[in-house]
Design a protein around this ligand. Structure first.
Ligand code: ACO
Length: 403
């Protein structure tokens, strides 16, 4: 029989907290989150103010370096990022090796990891501040080119090179949607909506992908390698994949004749594993502050693009209304989360569904970088969780003929 006393003698006491629901892994000065009150602040600044007044690159600077940049600092940061958007031509060769069926997230994580080969100084266990700053700028710049190219690869379209006269979001949209044969008109409404979405996703304290980045980095692994691991964590449908599932659910309801009440009943049925995607959150139990901002942005974008009568939006609004007035959802504090609306906006912006998680990664990158940098600066020890062993305690090896 399993002898817990004997095991304790051998291993000491260990706290078990599956899923780390109540275990702090670090001290951090980057993001403050209060799930009961629906508060989210980056470096002390409310998310509402940043989403309304700031730009994604400014927020990236804030998260990574801890303060809003002066005009001079911001210009220099922006200039350097613009100067590094090109990727080594040999990265094209690696990309060519991927079949067109490759998921863009797999390409993204592989090509980000491949940067270690092109910039070997980045893998040194100790790097100078200058080298780290250079790695940060390279990552911020090249991820948008690699992300857009991962999409172009999946549809077999020619790759589009970055344009240095465009800002961060406009340049990304240009590389995603333009063709050598056709002029792409950059819509400022689309640029502004993308800017807002990236800001809202920029950090969310110790979530699964961020914890992955910190854990990998705690072994003194490189920034590129750690971020590549974070991308893989984000790829999981329980983490970054929810916005894609929201749109797929709305499409399924549309194909079902738009019968929202049937799907709500299904979500409440305890014998049915179906859940209303985009509702509920592990931490936010009153409302998701990002969802409030993004709902308003979704209304504006759809109006501006003339999509306010789209059937998917109508279904989304019906679901939202029905759930917000239904006792089941009220009792369990299930509110629409940021992913409920972000999927709708991405769809309206023409971003293909399999790129939704890549968009999330683009937004989350400054948070990953800031958390990795903080962990290194605080000289945190290597992350090494313990376990409660539940296997056989001890047995003697038997020769194969005797088993
Ligand atoms: N639809 C129907 N019922 C739900 C839903 C939902 N979307 N979410 C939770 N519930 C119910 C559960 O069945 C459970 O009911 P019970 O008490 O009768 O057993 C109760 O609400 C509590 O649910 P938990 O799973 O314990 O809540 P938890 O905080 O662990 O989960 C989660 C949060 C994973 C987000 C959950 O609400 C969910 O699965 N939502 C749908 C997926 C989704 O939108 N994910 C994106 C999250 S946001 C983000 O990652 C950026």
């Amino acid at each position: 029989a399993f002898d817990i006393g004997k095991l304790r003698d051998q291993t000491g006491y260990v706290t078990l907290d599956s899923g780390y629901k109540n275990t702090g892994a670090t001290k951090s000065a980057i993001t403050f989150l209060d799930g009961e009150e629906g508060i989210l602040r980056y470096r002390g600044y409310p998310i509402e103010q940043l989403a309304e007044k700031s730009s994604f690159l400014e927020v990236a600077y804030l998260l990574i370096y801890g303060a809003l940049p002066t005009e001079k600092e911001f210009k220099s940061f922006q200039y350097q990022i613009t100067q590094h958007t090109l990727v080594h031509e040999d990265i094209r060769k690696i990309l060519d090796g991927f079949p067109s069926s490759a998921h863009p997230m797999g390409i993204l994580s592989s090509l980000i990891c491949s940067l270690t080969a092109f910039y070997p100084k980045s893998i040194a266990p100790e790097i100078s501040k200058e080298e780290l700053d250079l790695n940060i700028v390279r990552l911020m710049a090249k991820i948008s080119t690699i992300a857009a190219w991962s999409y172009k690869n999946s549809v077999g379209h020619p790759l589009i090179y970055p344009r240095n006269d465009l800002d961060y979001c406009a340049n990304f949209l240009y590389m995603m949607f333009s063709f050598p044969t056709e002029k792409y008109e950059i819509n400022p409404i689309v640029v502004s909506a993308l800017n807002k979405l990236l800001i809202l996703h920029a950090d969310h304290e110790q979530n699964c992908s961020t914890s992955t980045v910190r854990l990998v980095g705690s072994a003194n692994a490189s920034l590129y390698g750690s971020v590549s691991a974070g991308i893989n964590a984000l790829w999981g449908p329980l983490h970054g994949g929810a916005n894609q599932e929201v749109v797929e659910m709305l499409e399924a309801i549309e194909a079902d004749g738009g019968n929202t009440s049937r799907w709500i009943t299904k979500a409440k049925d305890k014998d049915d594993s179906f859940r209303l995607m985009g509702f509920g959150h592990r931490v936010y139990k009153n409302f998701d502050p990002r969802a409030t901002i993004i709902k308003k942005a979704a209304d504006e974008v759809l109006q501006a693009l003339g999509l306010q009568d789209s059937p998917l939006l109508k279904i989304a609004q019906e679901l939202e209304q029905a759930a917000l007035t239904d006792q089941y959802f009220i009792e369990r504090k299930l509110y629409p989360n940021v992913d409920f609306y972000s999927g709708i906006i991405y769809k309206a912006l023409g971003i293909p569904t399999e790129m939704f998680t890549v968009m999330f990664a683009l937004g989350r990158l400054p948070g990953w970088i800031a958390q990795w940098k903080e962990m290194r600066e605080n000289k945190e020890p290597i992350g090494r969780p313990r376990q409660i062993y539940t296997g056989e305690l001890e047995r003697d090896y038997k020769e194969i003929s005797a088993r």
